[in-house]
Each structure stands twice: as C-alpha cells, then as structure tokens.
Design a protein around this ligand. Structure first.
Ligand code: PGA
Length: 251
C-alpha cells in the first residue's frame, strides 16, 4: 500500500456524446459519495468538459483533459490550450498517452512542451510513458522508460514538478485485457522512483504519484494497489461504466 494519496483516473478517450458523458458523470457522482482518502479524476472528450464539470460540482471528482496544445492561443486549427481546459473546469490533463504518440505523432519533445504549458497554467499533468511488447521482449523496458522520462521532463527542476503525476502504461497492456502483474508493475515503479531521484532529488521521487495503466479492472485493482509504489490507476475501458469504475475507485 502506498503512502501517497491514491489517484484513480478515468480516460474516456473518444467515447460518449455530451449527453452520455453527463449521465455517466451524474451516476458516478452518486456512486462515489462517501469515498474518502482517494482522489478521483475523469477525462471526457473536449465537448463534454464543461457540462461534465457542472454535473460533478460538489463532489470529489476532478476533471481532466485528454490532451492540450503547448501554445496559449493562435492559428492552430483543431487544437485546444491549457487555459481553455482550465476555463472548462479542468484541474488535470493527460499528456503523452501512447495513442497520441502512436497515432498522432506525439514525440518526447512535444510532450515536454505540453508539460511546460500545463504546469504554467496550473494544470496537473498526468504524464504517460510505456514500452511496447517488442521493447519488453528485447529487455529494453527500463532504457525506453528512462529516455521518455528524461526527455519529457527536460529543463525542469524538482520544485516545478510537485503537481506532476507519472503514469506507467505498458503499451501491450492497453485495451488488450493483458495486465502487467502487480510484481511487474511494482518493479517498473520502483525503477521510475529511483530514476526520478537520480534526475531530480529524493524528495520529489518520494512524493510523486506513479499510476499504473493497462487493463485495470475491479478484479485486479486491489492487488495492484497493494504494491508500495503503485499510487493509483489510469483506467480506460473499465472507466466507461460508472458502476464498474466506482468499484475500481473503492478498491
Ligand atoms: P485500458 O486503457 O484500461 O482500456 O487498458 C488504459 C489507458 O489507455 O489509459
């Protein structure tokens, strides 16, 4: 069990219309009434952000964006800025999700700029990293993750990163039903904490929340959360149904 406040975050990806998002958020709000000691976040699509924010007011559910652009404004058709997310009610933003990296050309450099943009407007970044199956099979997991962390956090000092959440999401476990075992995840989280201590300092490494993501569900969340360095979960598929997600939140 971690000594840090757990964070259970739901990434709704490109699912749910505005009406469906609001309905799910309302259901979730009543299902998690009475939950204490765990932080909760949901990240609906951009068009649902403000209506969902209104639906979760008065609850302990936080709102997150799924992406942002690093500029504050400009001629960038189809993009959204950190200030826009904030004004829609977001306090978190997911950055560098593997789907963004694999399908939409996100690089370590753009991730770095996005983390800078998020922090400078007061959004808490949920910074995603993860190795592919081929990289794991070639024993490259640690070197790949180390490179992603170093490049993503280049130019920061420890004090800048107090609000940053790291999310370890092995690509082979996302949406596949294959979960890293709790031991595999713990091993990586220990490594990430040690490399954060090396790149920054021990205080940051000890306070930084590291989430696990990849096929988290009610049946495996308790075991994952029993590990000392797993501080929460970033949940895709199983966050879409409020009842199922509430079971994960109540691990
Ligand atoms: P999954 O997705 O829970 O459906 O595997 C996790 C994620 O993409 O954040």
């Amino acid at each position: 069990m971690s000594v840090r406040t757990p964070l259970i975050a739901g990434n709704w990806k490109m699912y749910k219309t505005c009406g469906e998002s609001v309905k799910s958020a309302q259901q979730l709000k009543s299902l998690v009434e009475g939950v204490t000691g765990t932080d909760i976040m949901i990240a609906p699509t951009f068009t649902s952000l403000e209506p969902v924010f209104n639906a979760i007011k008065g609850s302990r559910i936080n709102l997150g964006g799924q992406n942002l652009h690093w500029k504050t404004e400009g001629a960038f058709t189809g993009e959204i800025s950190g200030d826009m997310l904030k004004s829609a009610g977001c306090s978190f933003v997911i950055i560098g999700h593997s789907e963004r990296r694999q399908l939409f050309g996100e690089t370590d450099e753009s991730v770095n700029k996005k983390i800078t943009a998020a922090l400078s407007c007061g959004l808490k970044p949920v910074f995603c990293i993860g190795e592919s199956e081929a990289e794991r099979d070639s024993n490259l997991t640690f070197s790949v993750l180390d490179k992603q962390v170093q490049a993503g956090l280049r130019g920061f000092v420890s004090d800048d990163l107090k609000d940053l959440v790291l999310a370890y999401e092995p690509i082979w476990a996302i949406g596949t039903g294959k979960t890293a075992t709790s031991e595999q995840a713990q091993e990586v989280h220990t490594f990430l904490r040690a490399s954060t201590a090396k790149q920054f300092d021990d205080a940051l490494a000890q306070s930084m929340r590291i989430l696990y993501g990849g096929s988290v569900k009610p049946a495996n969340v308790a075991e994952l959360m029993s590990m000392p360095d797993i501080d929460g979960a970033l949940v895709g598929g199983a966050s879409l149904d409020p009842e199922t997600f509430s079971q994960i939140i109540k691990f």
